[in-house]
Design a protein around this ligand. Structure first.
Ligand code: FE2
Length: 268
């Protein structure tokens, strides 16, 4: 069976392009048995869930996802709204959080959104600096639209614990894991790029990579950073499979960009 993985569709920012239709066409053409999306579908939870449901009926195959940081955004970014959105996702059958989906007898799909713990930021900044989410005259936009009401490090730790519980429940099976946040240093932005010595702090945590490799996870898909990369580390093959904003597309052609981005894994 073949599973297709993609991330960071940003259907609102890319609304001038028929991303859902093109993705469904690609899924049919590649004869996928299921599709998994590693977050950042839109900036609105209702739009994200509507897209998942429409895509699944358009493709005729199950579509699973983990929310990304953008999927948690709300206009006022208050604490009650952030938690309401999270509970709405967790209650949805397509959301992987807390679930292990048996793809066949041997393979399981699982995932969590993940969060950031500043471990990819340069240590010359303090935890208080990172908690501000403001540096070089720029503001990390999650601070305006997401409010967990507790430190990011605590949110990350909870996500990590849930992922570990899912991995324990899947022991004895081969695992495909989806995490929106980045779990490998290789997926962060080079510090030679201006300002990223600070902003890498909000890309994820090295803890995810360490956990996945401790459980010898075979495939792990991540998003968030808007790069496309494959990295092999230990027994784990990591994909960063971001479709990205249309302004970042080199070909200018959405079908071509989906073709280049959609990662197909043949589970033998
Ligand atoms: Fe993201």
């Amino acid at each position: 069976m073949k599973i297709g993985i993609i991330s960071d569709l940003h259907i609102d920012i890319n609304q001038a392009f028929p991303v859902g239709t093109l993705l469904a066409d690609a899924a049919r053409r590649k004869e996928l048995s299921c599709l998994a999306i590693a977050g950042d579908i839109s900036n609105d939870s209702a739009e994200t869930l509507k897209f998942i449901e429409e895509l699944s009926s358009r493709c005729g195959i199950p579509v699973y996802f983990v929310p990304g940081n953008h999927d948690f955004w709300s206009a006022n970014g208050n604490e009650a709204e952030t938690w309401r959105i999270w509970e709405q996702y967790r209650a949805h059958p397509a959301c992987l959080s807390d679930k292990q989906i048996a793809l066949n007898e041997d393979w399981v799909l699982l995932g969590e959104p993940g969060w950031y713990d500043y471990s990819f930021g340069n240590p010359r900044f303090s935890r208080a600096d990172f908690e501000l989410k403001k540096q070089y005259g720029r503001t990390w936009q999650d601070s305006l639209h997401v409010n967990w009401g507790r430190p990011d490090i605590e949110v990350h730790q909870r996500m990590l614990n849930r992922l570990e519980e899912s991995l324990l429940a899947a022991q004895g099976k081969q695992v495909v894991a989806l995490i929106h946040m980045v779990g490998k240093k290789e997926f962060t932005v080079p510090e030679s790029w201006p300002q990223w010595d600070y902003f890498n702090a909000f890309l994820g945590s090295k803890d995810y990579g360490e956990l996945l490799e401790r459980f010898a996870v075979r495939y792990a898909a991540m998003g968030h950073v808007h790069f496309r990369h494959t990295v092999q580390s230990g027994d784990t093959t990591y994909f960063c499979t971001c479709l990205n904003y249309h302004t970042q597309w080199r070909s200018g052609d959405p079908a071509e960009e989906i073709e280049q981005t959609l990662q197909v894994i043949d589970l033998l």
